[in-house]
Design a protein around this ligand. Sequence first.
Ligand code: ZN
Length: 248
Amino acid sequence: MENQETDKVYALAFGAHPDDVELSCGATLLTIIDDGQTVAVCDLTQGEMGTLGTAETRKAESALAAKVMGYRKRITLDLGDSGLYYTEHALKEVIRVIRHFQPEVVFINPPDERHPDHIKASRLIHDAAFYAGLKKISTTHNGGQQQPHRPLHLLYYMQFKHFDPSIIVDVTATFERSRKGILAFSSQFYQKGVEDEPETMIKRREFLTGLEARARYLGEQIGTRYGEGFTLPGPLGITSFSTVFPEN
Ligand SMILES: [Zn+2]
């Protein structure tokens, strides 16, 4: 039985944990939505091993983030926080998601990172994006056979480790709004008046200020107020020169 049922979107952003996407490329996703394009998000794990919050609170938080950000859809897989491995099962799950959303652009965790889950997610999603295009790899959704689909563009976003970005997106218009998507994950970040919880790397009061400082720095590199940086797995092909290098 052929089943063409999809939720086609323009961009699909993956994260190893709920909040990876909002912290790293949320403002860029908002610029895409502002352009009238559709965005979906897929978290590979439920974030249940995080020091703060439970799988339940993080589920409610990621649903709230999806709502305030305006995603078409957000799905959360259960591939095991801190137990994420490169298995055939995990690969097939990610292929299934890519074929379901049929994105042109896919955002991925960067290949070199502090949290091992980010590194493993990066490899897994990168490879799944390739295999999703192979006709002979069969996957089903709701009992129906899925069609092969290979995204045109993969972009690695920036997390804990800095890298020299190959592209910087001007997010001046959306940066402030993207904060709402981050603050939806209230169990994870510093809140005024709540001082008695264990401090984690991202719970520090300075963390959100640090994120803003980086966005300001990246913006400065392209002469705007805020920027988000990305690298690509290969060279960026340009078919319309003047669209990428417009007249002043
Ligand atoms: Zn993460």
